[in-house]
Design a protein around this ligand. Structure first.
Ligand code: SF4
Length: 299
């Protein structure tokens, strides 16, 4: 392992590269990253860094977002197969049909979408700002794509009509209310922190619902000593680094995203050596998708 870490450090200098890792990545990948965070934070970092090359240790839509916000940089995705089933649940043709059905609705698209779907949307959102984004819009009808659970979570906080796309994250969908109740019975002192991609009955029963960044912050600032975590297991590494004196338990053994685990140190070294796979969003799509992301960032 030491040899591959040394190789990565050397290649990083040669290529003037930075490594950005999502909070769901393997521990070893998070440890060698220059920056770890949620998908929005990774894109922002990609746009602001002076590095010429960005290795995005995450899934494809994240590399695409980095390409949209930082078109002058080379964006590398260490494993070209690292996709997101939630992002794959929607395409442009389907979205256009839905828009034709609801012509008066504003289209709010979660960042977990392909670049061409973002280009077809009015505004993007993340799990941390979805409610604020929807509330900022004058339209009374919102076509919210592609995560139905996040849509249902947003609907609790607005009087606007939320029309959900029927997509979902298979990883977060696995957590059941039964599991939550059993875990709570086993750890009665623990606070339950879950991601809004979980089922509505799970988010309704939780003590806190938020993005990975928000969950990490909540755990740090809470007086509680124990937490039941309802998001992908990779976050445990970051939670323990951040709050080593506290205890964290995963709500369900199913909270593993196989796509997020495709990235390895060896693949990072290889992509830096070969300068591929590169992810580059075509300029015509990029400009329109940039508009949707920029409108979100302005809120
Ligand atoms: Fe996609 Fe869910 Fe995996 Fe995130 S955890 S990359 S939303 S499948």
């Amino acid at each position: 392992m030491l040899a591959v870490i040394q190789a990565i450090e050397k290649l990083k200098q040669e290529r003037q590269a930075v490594i950005l890792a999502h909070n769901y990545q393997q521990d070893a990948v998070q440890d060698i990253a220059d920056f770890t965070g949620d998908s929005l934070a990774l894109s922002r970092y990609a746009a602001s860094t002076t590095a010429r090359v960005v290795v995005l240790a995450g899934v494809r839509f994240m590399a695409e977002s980095a390409s949209i916000l930082a078109p002058d940089k080379t964006i590398l995705l260490p494993d070209s197969q690292a996709g997101c089933p939630l992002a794959a649940s929607i395409d442009v043709a389907g979205l256009r049909q839905a828009k034709a059905r609801y012509p008066d609705a504003a289209v709010v698209c979660y960042v977990n979408t392909p670049a061409d779907v973002k280009a077809e949307s009015d505004i993007c959102c993340t799990s941390s700002n979805a409610v604020a984004v929807v509330r900022s819009l004058p339209q009374q009808r919102i076509l919210f794509v592609p995560d139905r659970n996040l849509a249902s979570f947003v609907a609790r906080f607005t009087s606007q009509e939320i029309i959900p796309w029927e997509g979902g994250c298979i990883t977060h969908y696995r957590v059941t209310l039964d599991e939550l109740e059993q875990a709570r019975a086993a750890h009665p002192e623990a606070e339950v922190l879950v991601h809004p991609e979980c089922r509505p009955e799970v988010t309704a029963a939780a003590d806190f619902v938020g993005s990975t960044t928000a969950i990490i912050k909540y755990a740090r600032e809470s007086r509680a000593r124990e937490f039941l975590i309802g998001t992908e297991m990779g976050i445990l590494h970051r939670l323990l680094l951040d709050s080593p004196e506290k205890k964290f338990y995963l709500l369900s053994p199913g909270l593993v995203c196989p796509n997020m685990k495709l990235t390895s140190l060896e693949k990072i070294a290889r992509c830096l050596r070969e300068m591929q796979p590169e992810v580059k969003v075509p300029e015509t799509i990029r400009q329109r998708a940039y508009g949707a992301l920029e409108r979100m960032l302005a809120i």
